[in-house]
Design a binder for this molecule. Sequence first.
Ligand SMILES: [Cu+2]
Length: 496
Amino acid sequence: MPVNRRQFLKSSAACAIALSSGYGVAHASVGLSQFRTPLKLPPLLEGRLENNRRIFDLTLRAGFSHFLGNLQTPTAGINGDFLGPVLSVQRGDEVTLNVSNTLFEPSTLHWHGLNLPAAMDGGPHQVIKPGETWSPEFKIDQPASTQWYHSHMVHRTGIQVYYGLAGLFYINDKASAALNLPATYGVDDIPLVLQDRSFNQDGTFRYLSSMHDRMAGMMGQVMLVNGTASAVFKVTNQRTRFRILNGSNARIYNLEFSDGRQFLQIASDGGLLEKPAQLKSLTLAPGERAEILVEFSSSDNVMLAHKPLPKRPGARMGMMQNMMSANDQSFAIMRFEAKQPLAPSKPIPDRLVSQKNWSITEAVKTRQFILNMQMGMGMMRGGGGFFINGRSMDMNRIDARVRLGDVEIWEIINDSPMPHPFHVHDTQFRILDRDGKQPPANEMGLKDTVLVNPRERVRIITQFENYADSNSAYMFHCHNLEHEDAGMMGQFVVEA
Ligand SMILES: [Cu+2]
């Protein structure tokens, strides 16, 4: 398709408003009319049942998408042109995922947030070559939650996720079904995959075009929600559940509604909170998920927006902070419109479910992970520069050996001027403290990714309960994908 430059400028101008200073959450009326593209919903797949196994057939493939008017963007997806289906499973299911790679480059598919054997994890060691199919099998045995899957190809995760290799993975169980939470997919239970993208004038994605992109991670000028720019969702139910994934490579969102309304967070990465947490603002770093319940009235017309948090006291305004200033502006993400008389919703229980927890006295070991980065020519050329405990990722080095069944405390220290979302494979953890202080209520549940702010020390506690295998490694890493690709990752094994 020939490129129509004027058309691009026209359509991108409308979208770019979202990320320029033209829209402030304090001015709710600005920009509302520009968010008119119906929110796309990924197909919900329940797989097929064969001999008591739930089987999914997934194909990594290249495609084309239209995000900005008629401009065509080369993209990648799973069973589609961009992103993948929502995979829906029940706790207790034995699943098989047949992942075929029809791309021209090797890839992997990692099941983020799932407790599974390391050889099934889809990390950097489970490479699927072009033309090949990889078929991991494992049992789902963890609480109802919003998980996800994405490429984890070493040094190529950033670009492969950016092009579209990601999707959601829902786990359902009886305990959550008994709560009568909104649960009708596409009606009152809505996925919101938040991603920011940059575009070249010919419609192609722009990726890593500056040193800033490599250092701060790739941040774009156009917000996509489920692959929709300038999205609007027409609300039909009084109380609607949104399952939000920060699927961005590097951008951290502080989510608020333009009218400042309160909402309830009911779940974090690992599943439901013990009780709903009332919020006006929700911080979500790359890799993190939150399920929220929002109350609507029939005339509502409201934006979901990013509004930066006030500066942390004592934060220095150095070069790094200036480079991070892309996160210092408010912008709109999408719009919600509730016109019809809204269908009534069931009341929300005060208590949700009990989740696993561990006391400090159970921990048999404390490990320290120091996140740092090195400025210099090496990193400007894109080679390394990001470390955990002074080392860059090495596929042939095991950084930690954990004994099966042990409860451990991991102390993550950010010795750098940039925030790093720290993710641990295989397990869900609890946050013990941030700089010695109890985390906020919405961070008290099960987590697999925790944002560690500049110079902050975060302690987490978890147990490595099953799947010993000294020959297959799990990863721990920064979920800023450019930091991960540049070396901020390590490997651990669980041993009997
Ligand atoms: Cu990082």
